[in-house]
Ligand binder design. Structure first.
Ligand code: SAH
Length: 351
């Protein structure tokens, strides 16, 4: 019986208003319920205290609220928090809160597992089980906002889609979630504080540009040489660098928003002068900055962080060419919460 009920948060505000009208009620009732579901984050119809008992019961008979549940929370010695999040169908995803003195950032998941097969990423080993719904993405952000207020005394300030999954392979739901996160009826956050990180799906990058989205774009580049990139990110064979470059040029022409390239330097993979030069060339196509991120080992001997001297070579060459570059230290490594480590391992840690 329960399975037949529809997830009420799959309805838009207009659909909810129409539903109430079809029940002989006022469309305004739909607005009230919508506010409870999103802005006030109601977990059950019982919470909706300004809605009559009969109406609440009627909603209960027709719908469910598929709210996520933070199943387990782990805290790293550096303050990073990882949530293992249980979904209504018992699948699990992870999200991370990363605190710094000036901001708190939520790193959220967009899929259960991942549809891509990046060789250096733990999530890739899980394969994609399903896309997350907009409300499941939204709930992760709300959970982290609450934790940020509770543990750090301030609201969440930034969101990055760098958890599990490829956001552009779940495009519609990610965009709907962002719409609610930024809407005054939801969390009212500025889109400028949201970054969608992608391995680079050219068609979807162009679509985002056409839709004139206001959030930021990060691309996990890791190599600007096709053979190298394909060997570590096999989907690059389908979406080669030239197509990516063209899509990024299109993005910038439409949005005027600078792109961030994420890049890990690995020993014997992308640590030669040729690799550095290729990156510098790629960076000249579109205004950008480079985040050199630390490799977080995932128990695979093939990938080893290159020595600091190689990272320094990258920094020197990028800066010499006028390209902004930052070197990012990992956060939350001790609880498998760092980039690329999300693989639902919390249970193993707990026992
Ligand atoms: N699919 C999206 C978002 C998830 S991955 C994307 O590819 O951007 C988030 C970031 O973590 C990406 O930049 C990814 O390349 C990086 N990453 C994956 N595995 C990693 C690892 N083991 N160490 C460091 N960064 C990793």
């Amino acid at each position: 019986m329960k399975d037949k009920k529809k997830d009420i948060r799959a309805l838009t505000k207009e659909q909810l208003q129409q539903f109430f009208v079809s029940q002989g009620d006022k469309s305004f009732r739909g607005t009230q319920v919508y506010e409870w579901l999103w802005g006030k984050g109601a977990h059950s119809f019982e919470d909706m205290t300004n809605i009559s008992k009969d109406t609440r019961q009627m909603l209960n008979e027709n719908f469910v609220i598929n709210h996520i549940r933070v199943d387990q929370m782990q805290r790293s010695s550096d303050g990073t928090i990882k949530n293992a999040v249980k979904l209504h169908d018992d699948l699990t995803v992870e999200s991370v809160l990363i605190p710094t003195p000036s901001r708190t950032t939520a790193c959220v998941s967009s899929q259960v597992g991942c549809s891509l097969d990046c060789k250096f990423c733990a999530t890739a080993k899980l394969k994609r089980m399903r896309n997350l719904n907009p409300d499941e993405i939204y709930d992760q952000v709300v959970a982290i906002d609450n934790e940020s207020r509770l543990y750090f005394d301030k609201p969440l300030s930034n969101i990055v889609f760098m958890g599990m999954g490829e956001p552009l392979m779940n495009y519609n739901n990610v965009l709907k979630a962002i719409e609610m996160i930024t809407s005054p009826e939801g969390l009212g956050m500025s889109p400028k504080r949201i970054t969608v990180s992608t391995s680079g799906v050219p068609k979807m990058i162009k679509r985002m540009a056409d839709e004139e989205v206001k959030f930021k774009l990060a691309v996990s580049l890791h190599s600007a040489i096709d053979e190298v990139r394909t060997s570590i990110m096999p989907f690059n064979a389908t979406f080669p660098l030239n197509d990516l470059r063209e899509a990024l040029e299109y993005w910038y022409a439409k949005t005027k928003s600078r792109i961030t390239y994420e890049y890990v330097v690995w020993k014997d993979i992308n640590d030669s002068r040729r690799d550095v030069e290729a990156l510098v060339r790629f960076c000249k196509y579109v205004p950008c900055k480079v985040n050199l991120i630390e490799y977080n080992p995932i128990g695979d001997d093939h990938f080893k962080q290159a020595p600091e001297s190689t990272t320094n070579l990258y920094v020197r060459e990028l800066e010499r060419n006028g390209i902004t570059c930052t070197v990012r230290r990992s956060r939350g490594k001790d609880i498998d919460a760092a980039c690329g480590q999300l693989a639902n391992k919390s249970k193993e840690v707990a026992v």
